[in-house]
Design a protein. Structure first.
Length: 52
């Protein structure tokens, strides 16, 4: 589960970087926001599994 979290967080960082670089609307900070959301989902899932 940890390896999957790291890989998907890095993938989210890369996707956010691509989106930030290719949008003409300005700097959206997606390269920071998407990995934080991804890691947050994994942390919440781990807490949920621990409670059950």
């Amino acid at each position: 589960m940890t390896i999957l979290a790291v890989v998907l967080t890095l993938a989210a960082c890369f996707v956010g970087l691509l989106i930030d670089a290719n949008l003409a609307e300005g700097f959206l900070m997606l390269r920071v926001v998407l990995p934080i959301i991804t890691m947050g989902v994994f942390i919440l899932e781990a807490i949920k599994r621990k409670e059950n």
